[in-house]
Design a protein around this ligand. Structure first.
Ligand SMILES: Cc1cc2nc3c(=O)[nH]c(=O)nc-3n(C[C@H](O)[C@H](O)[C@H](O)COP(=O)(O)OP(=O)(O)OC[C@H]3O[C@@H](n4cnc5c(N)ncnc54)[C@H](O)[C@@H]3O)c2cc1C
Length: 434
């Protein structure tokens, strides 16, 4: 049986890995880009690699850790405590420990206590079905109050969903808080974050090496233009203008790409899938000679600043790993028509320099040795309310066509861990149905 997989991101690679592990299927992966990795992709940097978009993992990322173990890479994972902060009203506040929360001046004192207790309340909350029908904003205002929402959660939501921050079903935040709360343990243990020595390229290269060793093929620069559907049977794909026959196809890019590729799928299947929008991401990577501060992840609460977070990667992984260079990511999720997306790299960077100086007054453009700007159109799904009612299954009504994309991670938070889960489960669905 011959299988085509569209996309060599974490989900596509994982799907191939688990298909091969559990069957003797013949597999071709088609990736439109020049390299594998998708949103977790990397670029060469100072004799090693660096993610285009900052990445870390959590101790509760079970699918990811299991796969890392299977690949014999557990020893390559570094776990570390990091510092978090908030920039609010022109001041940087540390926000890592309960003590930091107690001293967080932008919030009235009683609201700080309320905020501190909110994770316990949320983890006890049982009416999860209701959370599919109300927004995160409505739920969080009820739990932490208006100030707690405005000063802490809203900036975080803007950081994650851009202008769509107030449309996200509350079940998403519930799921996220419950997972993080449980992973810290009831004793409120400090959270540690994980990274791989030499970047997460080690993970996806490890998967791809296994795929190739087992006889699978990965074709980069291979843009799939159509999924061929004849009389409700999927019979292959058109890649770079060439028709190729397959017994089954797994499609891993975002839903709008799937809808576009399935030109002849039944309309009643495609119609609900059009209800999911996606934010773009725009991330600038600055390479500096000196550190900005000691915070790894700084949320920006002040809305006039055009980026939502300053992530000083070298406060997590030391600059010595990069020949002493300091790496800073400036991150933002944007609606597709946002003005920043129409600007070229130099214009974005120019705009950002002055704003970064407001956050770190000692910053000077002269400190920047190099910069990179990365963008992706389909970075973050924006699910409608009650998405579980229309969330597509792995197996589609088209015989032989399977889908596994970031929209199906709902209500969980998008991340490599759940893309590995997608890959594993879509492989199981295909094997069970063939
Ligand atoms: C700014 C940012 C920060 C992040 N931080 C973290 C983090 O800290 N930790 C974490 O775990 N996760 C993080 N993530 C999320 C993580 O990167 C993604 O969840 C994961 O990589 C998604 O993998 P995927 O395979 O499901 O999708 P994708 O990576 O989107 O893969 C889809 C692939 O399909 C390809 N493709 C699309 N159309 C076609 C076509 N027509 N033909 C052929 N190929 C096609 C694309 O090029 C892509 O390679 C972050 C993401 C972003 C954007």
């Amino acid at each position: 049986m011959k299988i085509a997989i569209i996309g060599a991101g974490i989900a596509g690679l994982s799907a191939a890995y688990f298909l091969q592990k559990n069957s003797g299927l013949e597999i071709d992966i088609y990736e439109k880009d020049t390299d594998i990795g998708g949103l977790a992709g990397t670029f060469p940097f100072e004799n090693t690699y660096l993610e285009k978009y900052y990445h870390h993992i959590f101790t509760h990322d079970g699918y990811c850790m299991d796969l890392i173990r299977e690949l014999g890479l557990t020893g390559q994972v570094i776990w570390k405590k990091t510092k978090t902060g908030y920039f609010s009203g022109g001041i940087r506040y540390p926000f890592t420990t309960p003590f930091d929360l107690l001293n967080f001046k932008p919030l009235p004192f009683l609201d700080r206590i309320r905020f501190g207790l909110s994770s316990i309340f949320i983890s006890w909350y049982k009416n999860v079905g209701k959370l599919e029908t109300i927004t995160t904003e409505k739920f969080i205002v009820k739990v932490v109050g208006k100030q707690g929402w405005e000063k802490i959660w809203k900036p975080m939501l803007i950081g994650k969903f851009g202008d769509n921050y107030n449309k996200i079903p509350a079940v998403w935040i519930w799921e996220r808080i419950v997972q993080r709360f449980r992973s810290r343990g009831s004793g409120g243990k400090d959270e540690v974050l994980g990274y791989m020595k030499g970047s997460f390229r080690l993970l996806y290269q490890g998967i791809s090496d296994k795929i190739l060793a087992r006889g699978g093929k990965i074709h980069c620069n291979s843009n799939v233009q159509e999924i061929i559907i004849e009389k409700e049977y999927c019979t292959g794909v058109i890649v770079n203008g060439e028709r190729k026959a397959y017994d089954a196809v797994i499609c891993t890019p975002a839903l709008p790409v799937l809808v576009d590729l399935c030109k002849t799928a039944p309309e009643n299947y495609l119609e609900p899938l059009r209800k999911v929008n996606y934010d773009c991401t725009l991330v600038a990577v600055l390479v500096l000679e000196e550190p900005l501060g000691d915070i790894y992840w700084l949320n920006i609460s002040d809305t006039e600043i055009p980026f939502a977070g300053v992530i000083e990667h070298t406060n997590f992984i030391p600059a010595s790993e990069y020949n002493g260079k300091v790496v800073v990511y400036l991150t933002k999720y944007l609606s597709p028509n946002h003005e920043l997306l129409a600007m070229d790299d130099a214009a974005v960077i120019n705009k950002y320099y002055g704003e970064l100086q407001k956050v770190y007054p000692q910053f000077d453009a002269k400190m920047v040795e190099r910069y990179f700007v990365f963008r992706d159109r389909y970075a973050q799904p924006i699910w409608p309310m009650r998405y579980s009612e229309i969330k597509p299954a792995y197996k589609t009504p088209v015989q032989g066509l399977y889908v596994a994309n970031t929209s199906q991670i709902y209500p969980n938070d998008r991340g490599m861990n759940f893309s590995i889960k997608l890959g594993k489960e879509v492989a199981e669905a295909l094997i069970t149905n063939s």
